[in-house]
Write a protein that binds this ligand. Structure first.
Ligand code: HEM
Length: 536
């Protein structure tokens, strides 16, 4: 303890020197001893020697693409860290992530903990099972249907805003609502749709998880109240004012994703030192601010009792096997988990779907036709779940975008349990970290065909259904798969169904590649589109 305290007092340059020295010695020892028997597997030499190779790749924001290129070069197995093997084999999904094989989340997930461990980052099996039992009930299909009015309310607000900008744009006006503003030209309004989808997703989840939206769609701004002091906000649960300031939640979530995904691949012993480096201290601040958002929002909700049916109300009622309710800190941590897991996953996926539709006019036309037929002359611009839940082409469009974009693209790391594990013809001893990279298996030519890089929803009607089911992995598999999948699917169907029925999209610059920045998730950097109202 005394050694750690002394280290924490050093200035960052001394820390950097020490950090490099410890890493070098530690990893040369690990390489020579090869305790997990991974030496025979191919990979970059630096990755075999040190976790810092993967940390650097993660920090650069293109981990999925880099690992994918390595699989193209080396084949099914790639060693991406001294003790981490990436396995690009759809059959490995069931073994590494499925029920009953005993794998657990690795130390990577410790870097995502704030307030206290939540459903997403709890690593102990009993702790996770207890939480999952409470939370999975909340996301059952039956319960999720109760959230439909909340989703439709904010889709309506987004349509209201885009209609307003479109009408003004038609008069040749321009303005600064939303990041980057908007301008009218050639019968369209031109804007970056990514921030708008972020406002939408944050308002929906703010409403569902905390009882009131962040108000981003109304203010057209990425701005959220955060508790000034976590301690006093927690104390205010019993009543009283919580002092808040406003911060950009979307930006903070982005910073936190890159920070945690990079810190998570550094050995735990070195993390306190890494946090002292200037690059990491920005992310550390983001983690704190994010917790502050949840603390402020939950405190506000708990001091103003309500009879709403939402995620927070259901979390408050949830009981474990012993009949115990969650304590207030656990409740806040779980509400924060919902905010993080249920916000930019949805907005980045919606943005990617819109990009691919704008880029592929023939696909957009086919989807318009299906939506027009399904919704007929209904004057309400917002689709009901009933109207869109069984539209085969809409579903294929969404799935194809989730495949090609892979919002969750990295191989999610799992620890081999006691007794070892046989995967894809090899035995791995206890403690080895294994992962199956979603971005890469979503590009497996044997399953998806030779044109894997093309956005082609038609493939969903042509390819072997069984192979597709086994390989399509947007929500992961097994006990740690996405607990919010039913909600996410309903959101995407209603958002894309409503928005695409109402608007026609073109890309502002069709030659510009779709840029992404990956932390834990693969996020678009922007998506500039020209929007036209279809009945105009
Ligand atoms: C398109 C949208 C979404 C995608 C692509 C997605 C994807 C995923 C993936 C891949 C995982 C596994 C993560 C891991 O093992 O590290 C996951 C877990 C999780 N997701 Fe989602 N998700 C989406 C939307 C949502 C929504 C709307 C919610 C809830 C409001 C949610 C809540 C969660 C939670 C709580 C976990 C952790 C589950 C556990 O560990 O037991 N997700 N999600």
């Amino acid at each position: 303890m005394a050694i750690v305290e002394t280290l924490l007092e050093l200035d960052w340059k001394a820390v950097l020197g020490l950090f490099v020295a410890v890493v070098l010695v530690g990893h040369v020892v690990a390489y020579v001893s090869d305790s997990h028997g991974l030496r025979s597997f191919p990979g970059p030499i630096l990755a075999k020697l040190s976790d810092l190779w993967l940390a650097r790749v993660a920090a650069n924001g293109h981990r999925s693409e880099v690992v994918h290129e390595l699989h193209e070069k080396y084949g099914t197995f790639v060693r991406i860290a001294p003790n981490h093997l990436s396995i690009a084999d759809p059959d490995a999904l069931q073994i590494v992530y499925g029920h009953g094989n005993g794998t657990l989340k690795s130390e990577f997930y410790d870097a995502f903990v704030s307030i206290q461990r939540g459903l997403f980052n709890s690593r102990s099996r009993p702790e996770h099972a207890r939480k999952r039992k409470i939370v999975s009930h909340i996301f059952s299909q039956k319960n999720v249907l109760e959230f439909e009015p909340h989703i439709r309310l904010y889709v309506r607000q987004l349509i209201g805003q885009w209609d307003r900008l479109y009408d003004a744009g038609a008069k040749g006006l321009s303005g600064d609502d939303g990041e980057g503003g908007w301008k009218g030209r050639d019968g369209r309004v031109w804007l970056d749709c990514l921030p708008w989808y972020n406002y939408l997703a944050f308002d929906i989840i703010g409403d569902l998880a905390f009882g009131s939206p962040f108000g981003m769609l109304k203010t057209c701004k990425d701005s959220t109240p955060v508790a000034v002091s976590h301690k006093s906000a927690m104390a205010a649960y019993g009543g009283g004012e919580v002092q808040v300031v406003h911060i950009p939640a979307v930006q903070i979530l982005n910073d936190r994703g890159v920070y945690s995904a990079s810190l998570g691949v550094i050995p735990p012993l070195l993390r306190p030192l890494a946090k002292k480096l200037p690059w990491f201290s920005k992310g550390s601040r983001a983690v704190k601010d994010l917790a502050g958002i949840a603390i402020a929002a939950v405190a506000k909700r708990l001091t103003t009792p309500s009879d709403r049916v939402d995620l927070l109300a259901k979390l408050q009622q949830g009981r474990d096997d012993e009949g115990n309710l969650m304590g207030r800190e656990e409740l806040t941590a779980e509400a924060l988990t919902q905010l993080i897991a249920g916000s930019d996953t949805t907005s980045n996926s919606s943005c990617a779907i819109t990009y691919h539709l704008a880029r592929n006019p023939h696909v957009q036309a086919k989807l318009h036709k299906e939506l027009d037929e399904a919704m007929g002359n209904d004057d309400d611009p917002v689709a009901t779940y009933e109207q869109v839940k069984k539209l085969p082409y809409l579903e294929a469009v969404i799935n194809e975008a989730l495949r090609i974009h892979s919002t969750s693209g990295i191989g999610l790391p799992r620890l081999v349990p006691e007794g070892g594990l046989q995967v894809s013809g090899h035995f791995f001893p206890e403690g080895t970290v294994l992962s199956v990279p979603t971005y890469t298996i979503h590009r497996d030519r044997e399953v998806w065909g030779d044109d894997v890089d093309a956005f082609r929803p038609e493939r969903w009607f042509e390819q072997d259904e069984k192979a597709i089911q086994k390989t399509f992995n947007p929500f992961s598999y097994g006990p740690r798969s996405c607990v919010g999948r039913n909600l996410a699917s309903m959101e995407l169907l209603i958002i894309i169904g409503s928005i695409l029925r109402r608007y026609h999209f073109v890309l502002e610059n069709p030659d510009k590649p779709f840029e992404t920045m990956e932390g834990f998730l693969r996020k678009p950097v922007d998506c500039a589109v020209g929007i036209k109202k279809r009945n105009a």
